[in-house]
Design a protein around this ligand. Structure first.
Ligand SMILES: Cc1cc2nc3c(=O)[nH]c(=O)nc-3n(C[C@H](O)[C@H](O)[C@H](O)COP(=O)(O)O)c2cc1C
Ligand code: SF4
Ligand code: SF4
Length: 275
């Protein structure tokens, strides 16, 4: 169905900032009053998001283990249900998006949203400064902006993206996401200035008692915000097995990947299908 869209809600979760940059670049291309709902920090998620009728919703999440981080399900499931146009966007660290985009598509459908566009962009990997280094870069941001222009065109047509276009794999065959697997690393402050920026940047409130040295590893989702965003580079990954795994990942995925974008086929050729 064609929608009379006057508002645009950006809903995203972005511990280390790549997903936020991609979402905002897409919004530039959309050029519709964006209402921004950054859902990264626990305090952000306390307020319920009220969407207007027919408001366009851009949902953007990073890829964790070829899936969405579990918090994505919490965020999307509290959005009001209704026939609204939506775009599903994931950002991955140059390894691969796995099932994350299909998972986000299904979450959109669970809220009755009509998926007008979907895309997987590349961001610097949370665990490496080599994989996806400095991405999204200028070219990625421009690609995202043009993608936003394409999305805007879809809002005035009946076109939608079909689930099979993204993946023919039914949800039942998804790999189970294992958040704890990637957490076999220690977080130890070195040259720590006790500025507590890491504590304020943690998306799940995993620091105990306001102490940058004490992390509740049961709560930690391994997002690496406390490592990547520390202004004094006082943290690093230390576990040898974990670092070996990262080195293998870097060796196997060093070639720069390109965004994969899905727009309905009646749009200009350079923007439709897999980009
Ligand atoms: C726990 C965890 C698992 C990840 N799994 C993948 C993955 O399966 N494939 C991939 O390409 N990148 C993976 N990444 C990298 C992130 O998707 C990537 O760095 C993304 O840009 C992070 O988004 P953000 O900057 O918005 O937090 C993973 C990162 C984390 C923290
Ligand atoms: S952000 Fe860095 S310097 Fe600041 S408290 Fe955390 S570890 Fe210490
Ligand atoms: S403690 Fe864990 S969840 Fe919190 S910022 Fe650090 S890696 Fe992310």
């Amino acid at each position: 169905m064609a929608h009379q869209v006057i508002r645009n809600a950006l809903v995203y979760f972005s511990p280390t900032g790549a997903t936020r940059t991609v979402a905002k670049s897409i919004a530039q291309g959309l050029a519709i009053n964006p209402r921004e709902f950054d859902q990264t920090l626990p305090a952000d998620r306390e307020k319920k998001i009220a969407l207007e009728d027919a408001e366009f919703v851009l949902l953007a999440f990073p890829v964790y283990g070829g899936r969405l981080p579990p918090v994505a399900r919490e965020i999307v499931s509290q959005l009001p249900k209704g026939k609204r146009p939506a775009a599903a966007v994931v950002v991955f660290g140059n390894v691969g998006p796995g099932d994350a985009l299909a998972e986000l598509y299904d979450l959109c459908v669970s809220r009755d949203f009509e998926v007008k566009a979907a895309g997987a962009f590349i961001g610097e990997h949370s665990y490496s400064s080599v994989l996806g280094r400095n991405r999204p870069d200028d070219a990625d941001r421009e690609r995202a902006r043009v993608f936003g222009v394409g999305i805007r065109q879809t809002l005035f047509s009946n076109s939608v993206i079909h689930r099979e276009t993204i993946s023919k794999t039914p949800p039942a065959t998804y790999r189970a996401y294992q958040p704890k697997q990637s957490l076999a690393f220690m977080l130890k402050p070195r040259s720590c200035e006790v500025c507590r920026f890491c504590i304020h940047s943690c998306p799940v409130g995993a620091f105990i008692g306001g102490d940058p040295k004490r992390i509740d590893l049961e709560r930690c989702i391994g997002c690496a915000a406390c490592i990547k965003l520390c202004p004094h580079k006082a943290r690093k990954f230390e576990d040898d097995d974990f670092l070996d795994d990262v080195a293998i990942m870097v060796a196997n995925h060093s070639e720069a990947k390109e965004p994969v974008l899905f727009l309905p086929p009646n749009l200009p050729e350079y923007m439709g299908g897999i980009g």
